[in-house]
Structures are given as structure tokens and as C-alpha cells.
Ligand binder design. Structure first.
Ligand code: FAD
Length: 307
């Protein structure tokens, strides 16, 4: 029996009869695909959603994340579902083959992700945030940042977050006070507190790539003074392995009705618990140019509907 999460018949009608997605295969970007490959990846999404995401949606809502002071505990089924998804390669469904993606049309990739959303919005938030984070870095990051952070996210080894809100700054992002001080080696040291960060701390991935809005001292007031930084949970060693802990500290979990399957966090950057190189502040890497942070972040916010 087909899944009852969505009507595949309706989805096929919308994609094939109404939108005529097959015509996209005449474009060089999608030339490797045809109607059969679109159908195959939709079958896969339906299977993963039905067999691995849907069965634990009540469980992870009833057993929200728990912080024991050191680690966040989630139902094992969440991690298992994400491992299965990573194995399908679907995280990079619409991304370039050059970064490990499938280079599918966005409309087909979104139809695949719809299955995961329909099955379990809490577990689906982790890959959706990760895809949006990776897409932001593909648009605005350096080639080195793409190699270091995007490729492992596409492989499903790293997950991503967006860190905009602060306890005193929600809609009013011009009030962001998190600071990023430049160091002679070109890196930054980030200090401040971010509130309501979805997927901010867990053991589901080898590393968490936080995209953080912060001010470089001396920047203009208001949103023009906000820049964007990659601040990873773990620094990367010279050989490309996941290295020492960065000073990103989980201060506590937030509880939200209706969306309890996704861990939501209060994060302290530069609290001093994991000081690296004897200097205060979490190590951060500027994305693009200073002062472009909010515009860049909208690249992710417009996509990460679950943030
Ligand atoms: C489930 C969930 C997940 C989240 N995940 C993330 C995340 O991953 N990363 C992150 O950075 N943040 C996250 N957030 C925070 C979210 O982005 C903020 O809640 C949002 O920016 C609103 O801020 P606030 O809650 O402080 O509300 P406020 O800014 O205090 O707004 C309260 C009310 O006042 C209204 N209001 C505010 N300013 C004005 C104005 N100038 N004129 C008229 N009305 C106004 C708003 O519309 C709203 O109705 C998450 C929030 C939720 C609920």
C-alpha cells in the first residue's frame, strides 16, 4: 500500500501534468536526469519518510530533548532516521554535482523534502536547516569554506544552524550585540548569547556549523553593522579531521509547543569553557564582506521555513 502521508497521485499530477518538470531535462544543468530518475528519487523520499521519519513523530514529541548538563539526549530513532537520509544523498538533492549534490531541479528536490516534512516536522528540521545553511555558504562563502563546511553537510556528517536571535533581539535584529573581534591571522573571536537556536546542540552529527550574526567593533550602528560568521562547534584540524572543541556552550534548552522534536537552544559564544589557543572568544570565520551579514542571512531564512 502506498503511503498515506501525501497523495503521490496528486504530487505526480502537479509535477508531471501541470508543471511538466520533464521539460527541464532539456537544459544542460539537468541533462543527466529524465522522468524515471525524478520518479526514482520521489519513491526514495516516500520510503524514507514513511519507514524512518513518520514512525517516531509521536515519540519525539512526547520525549522532548533533555540536557544533562553535558549532553543533549534525543530518542535514538531521530539519529537513525538522519543516518538513513544521509545515505540517500538527498541532502544535496538540488546542489551541484561538484559539491556532491544530485543536481536535481529545485522543484523535484522540494517535492522530495515535502515527504519528510509531512512525516515528521521535528526530525526534518535538522536536514532542512543544514540544506539552507549549505546553500547560503555556496552563495556567499569562499571556496575554502565550501570545501570545509559544505561538503561534510552534503554528506550528512555535519549539520547546520542559523544564529540570529538574542535574548534582547528577535524581530529587531539591529539590536544584535554579539561581537566578533578580528585576529591577526584573519579569524575572529566571537562573544555573545544567541536565543531560540534550532538544532544548536546535539550528538546527531560530527560537527555543527553555526552561522552567526555579530558586530565587528567599529562597525556602523543598525543592520549595516552586522556581519556573518561561521562558528563551528568543533574546530577543524590541519589534516581536515574534526578537531578541538570551540567555545560554543549550551546554556539551556527552550521548550516550544507543537515543535518539540527539534532541540531548541540558548547558546553562549565565548563563555570561556573551551578556550582555544589561550584566547577568549569562540573562533569564527567571516563569510563574504563585513556589513553584509543580514542580507546574506536572508538567503538562509527565506529557505529554512522551520527555523
Ligand atoms: C520554533 C522556533 C524556532 C526558532 N528558531 C530560531 C533559530 O533557529 N535561529 C534564530 O536565530 N531564531 C530562532 N527563533 C527565534 C525567532 O526568529 C524569533 O522568535 C523572531 O525573530 C521573533 O522574535 P521574538 O520572539 O523576540 O518576538 P518579538 O520581536 O518580541 O515580537 C513580538 C511581537 O511583536 C511584533 N513586532 C515586533 N517588532 C515590531 C515592529 N517593529 N512593528 C510591529 N510589530 C512588531 C511581532 O510581529 C510579534 O508579533 C525561533 C523561534 C521559534 C518560535
Amino acid at each position: 500500500m502506498r503511503s498515506l502521508l501525501l497523495s503521490r497521485r496528486d504530487l505526480d499530477f502537479l509535477l508531471n501534468d501541470w508543471l511538466q518538470v520533464e521539460k527541464l531535462t532539456s537544459r544542460p544543468r539537468f541533462a543527466a536526469h529524465d522522468r524515471d530518475t525524478f520518479a526514482a528519487v520521489l519513491d526514495l523520499a516516500e520510503e524514507v519518510a514513511t519507514e524512518h521519519f513518520a514512525p517516531h513523530r509521536k515519540l519525539s514529541d512526547a520525549h522532548e530533548p533533555v540536557f544533562d548538563g553535558e549532553r543533549v539526549h534525543l530518542p535514538a530513532e531521530v539519529g537513525e532516521a538522519l543516518r538513513v537520509l544521509a545515505g540517500t544523498g538527498m541532502i544535496g538533492a538540488a546542489m551541484d554535482e561538484s559539491v556532491g549534490g544530485m543536481q536535481l531541479p529545485q522543484v523535484v528536490a522540494q517535492a522530495c523534502f515535502l515527504w519528510l516534512h509531512a512525516a515528521n516536522v521535528g526530525t526534518a528540521a535538522y536536514p532542512f536547516l543544514t540544506v539552507a545553511n549549505a546553500n547560503l555558504l555556496l552563495a556567499h562563502g569562499s571556496p575554502e569554506q565550501v570545501d570545509t563546511w559544505v561538503r561534510p553537510m552534503v554528506e550528512g556528517r555535519f549539520t547546520g544552524t542559523m544564529c540570529l536571535s538574542e535574548p534582547q533581539a528577535g524581530s529587531s535584529l539591529s539590536d544584535v550585540t554579539t561581537r566578533a573581534e578580528a585576529r591577526p591571522d584573519g579569524t575572529y573571536r566571537v562573544t555573545g548569547t544567541k536565543m531560540w537556536i534550532s538544532g544548536g546542540d546535539h550528538e546527531l552529527s560530527e560537527n555543527i556549523v553555526h552561522l552567526v550574526l555579530a558586530r565587528i567593533p567599529g562597525s556602523p550602528p543598525g543592520v549595516r553593522g552586522i556581519s556573518l560568521f561561521v562558528v563551528p562547534r568543533f574546530l577543524m584540524a590541519a589534516d581536515g579531521a574534526v578537531g578541538e572543541r570551540n567555545d560554543v556552550v549550551l546554556a539551556g534548552l527552550n521548550h516550544k509547543m507543537g515543535y518539540r522534536g527539534t532541540v531548541n537552544t540558548l547558546l553562549n559564544f565565548g563563555e570561556g569553557r573551551f578556550t582555544t589557543g589561550g584566547e577568549p572568544g569562540a573562533v569564527g570565520y567571516l563569510v563574504g564582506e563585513p556589513g553584509q551579514g543580514l542580507a546574506q542571512m536572508f538567503h538562509m531564512m527565506n529557505e529554512a521555513r522551520v527555523g
